[in-house]
Write a protein that binds this ligand. Structure first.
Ligand code: PMP
Ligand code: GLU
Length: 400
C-alpha cells in the first residue's frame, strides 16, 4: 500500500487553510534570512491585555490545571451570558453556552452536530476560508450566495431566499466579515432574518468574532430578531477583540439542544478548553469592553493609512472595510499583465509573485471564493505597513 493510499478520502479531499499556509510560507522565507512582511494571517499584533495575562497566572496558582466541565467552567459560561446581555442585548443561560478551543472548533462542532451527508449550508461569499472545508468535512454541501464588491460585499436577501431548499440546514456568515470587512447594519440583518424566517427548518450560524473591531456604525447580531432568535447560533471568541489568538478560546450561544449536542461531540474529541485560559477569558469578558477600544482605534488609523496608500495604485479597486482588519481589493485589472516577464493570470499567481518579488505575503482571493481579489491583513505595525505599501506600489507600478 502506498503512503497516499492509507490516507482517508476526507483528508485527501481537504484543502489546506490558505491563511495558515501563506503565513507559514512567510515564516519560512524569513527563517532563510529574507525581510518578509506578512500581511497574510488575521492576527492582532498586540499583546493580550495585562489584566487577562495576570488572571491566567493567578488561575494557575489557584490550581486551575485540571479538566473542566466539557462545555466550560460555570464562571466563564456565566460571564459569556453577562457579556451577551450587556453588549448584544441577548438573553442566554449557561445551558446555552459551549466553550471550545477557538471559534474554529466551535464551528466544527456545530457542523458535526447538525449536518448529515448531502445537507446544504448557505455561505455568504466572499467567505472565511475554513467555512467551506469544515462544512465539507461534515459531509455538507456548501451553497454559495455571492455578494458583489459594488454592493459593499453584502448579500441580497432575495438571493438568500432563492438559495434555500429542503436540504438547507443553516446559513453561515460573519459580520464584521472576514475577508471583506463589511459590517451588516441592523436593517440589513432584519431583511436577511425575514428571508430566513419564512423557512422554519433553516438555522443561522452568526460568526461575530470581529464584533469589537467596527469603525463605521455598530455591531449588531442577527440573533436579536424575534423571528429567528430560536434558530440562531451565535459564534464568538477571544482571538480578535482581546488579542488572544494563541489561547485558543471560542464559544457559542445556541438553543439548548444544540449546545448539548456540541458538548457530546466535544466530550469525545477534546474534553474542552484549558482551565486557566477559561478563567482568564471570564476576566476579559467581565471587564468593561472599553478595554478593546485602544486596539480598535489603532486598527482604524491603520485602515485609513492603508486605504490612502492603496488608492494610489492605479487599477486596484477598493471597497472601504467598515470593520475587522482586512482590505479585500479587486485586482483583476492586473490579470493578463506580467511582472519581470512572469505572467500573472489569477489571484494565486499574484499572491505567489508578491511574496517572491516584493516579499509581502497576502492571501489569494480564490481561497475566499473571490478569485478577482487578494486579502491584505493590516494587523501589523505601522512601520511594517509603511514598508509593505512602498513595496506594493513598486511591484504594481512595474507590471506591464
Ligand atoms: N471566524 C472567523 C471569521 C475568523 O476569521 C476566524 C479566524 N481566527 C475564526 C472564526 C476562528 O478564530 P479562532 O479559532 O482563533 O477563535
Ligand atoms: N482567521 C484568521 C485569518 O483568516 C486566522 C487564520 C485562520 O484561522 O484562518 O487569517
Amino acid at each position: 500500500m502506498s503512503a497516499t493510499n492509507i490516507l482517508s478520502e476526507t483528508v485527501l479531499n481537504l484543502a489546506e487553510s490558505a491563511t495558515l499556509k501563506m503565513s507559514q510560507m512567510a515564516r519560512d522565507l524569513r527563517a532563510q534570512g529574507h525581510d518578509v512582511i506578512s500581511l497574510s494571517i488575521g492576527e492582532p499584533d498586540f499583546d493580550t491585555p495585562e489584566l487577562v495575562r495576570e488572571a491566567a497566572k493567578t488561575a494557575l496558582d489557584e490550581g486551575y490545571t485540571h479538566y473542566t466541565p466539557v462545555p466550560g467552567l460555570m464562571d466563564l459560561r456565566k460571564a459569556i451570558c453577562t457579556k451577551l446581555k450587556r453588549d448584544n442585548d441577548l438573553d442566554f443561560t449557561p445551558a446555552n453556552i459551549v466553550v471550545s478551543n477557538g471559534a474554529k472548533q466551535t464551528i466544527f462542532n456545530i457542523c458535526q452536530a447538525l449536518i448529515n451527508e448531502g445537507d446544504e449550508v448557505i455561505i455568504f461569499t466572499p467567505y472565511w476560508v475554513s467555512y467551506i472545508e469544515i462544512v465539507r468535512m461534515a459531509g455538507g454541501v456548501p451553497v454559495i450566495v455571492t455578494a458583489d464588491v459594488t454592493k459593499d460585499y453584502k448579500v441580497d436577501p432575495a438571493d438568500v431566499s432563492n438559495a434555500i431548499t429542503d436540504r438547507t440546514k443553516f446559513v453561515l456568515f460573519s459580520s464584521p466579515s472576514n475577508p471583506t470587512g463589511s459590517v451588516y447594519t441592523r436593517g440589513e440583518l432584519g431583511e436577511i432574518a425575514n428571508a430566513i424566517a419564512l423557512h422554519d427548518h433553516v438555522y443561522i450560524v452568526s460568526d461575530e468574532i470581529y464584533e469589537h473591531i467596527v469603525f463605521d456604525g455598530v455591531h449588531e447580531s442577527i440573533a436579536q430578531f424575534e423571528n429567528v432568535r430560536d434558530r440562531t447560533i451565535v459564534v464568538n471568541g477571544m482571538s480578535k477583540g482581546f488579542a488572544m489568538t494563541g489561547w485558543r478560546l471560542g464559544y457559542m450561544a445556541a438553543p439548548e439542544f444544540i449546545a448539548k449536542a456540541c458538548t457530546k461531540i466535544q466530550g469525545q474529541v477534546t474534553s474542552g478548553a484549558s482551565a486557566f485560559g477559561q478563567k482568564a477569558a471570564a476576566t476579559a469578558l467581565l471587564e468593561d469592553p472599553i478595554m478593546t477600544k485602544g486596539m480598535m482605534h489603532q486598527f482604524l488609523a491603520r485602515r485609513e493609512y492603508m486605504i490612502g496608500q492603496l488608492k494610489e495604485i492605479d487599477g486596484m479597486q477598493l471597497s472601504i472595510p467598515e470593520g475587522a482588519f482586512y482590505i479585500f481589493p479587486d485586482v483583476s485589472n492586473f490579470y493578463g499583465k506580467s511582472y519581470e516577464g512572469q505572467a500573472i493570470n489569477n489571484s494565486a499567481e499574484l499572491a505567489e509573485s508578491l511574496l517572491e518579488h516584493a516579499h509581502v505575503a497576502v492571501v489569494a482571493g480564490a481561497a475566499f471564493g473571490a478569485p478577482k481579489c487578494i486579502r491584505i491583513s493590516y494587523a501589523a505595525s505601522e512601520e511594517q505597513l509603511e514598508k509593505a505599501c512602498a513595496r506594493l506600489k513598486d511591484y504594481f507600478g512595474k507590471m506591464v
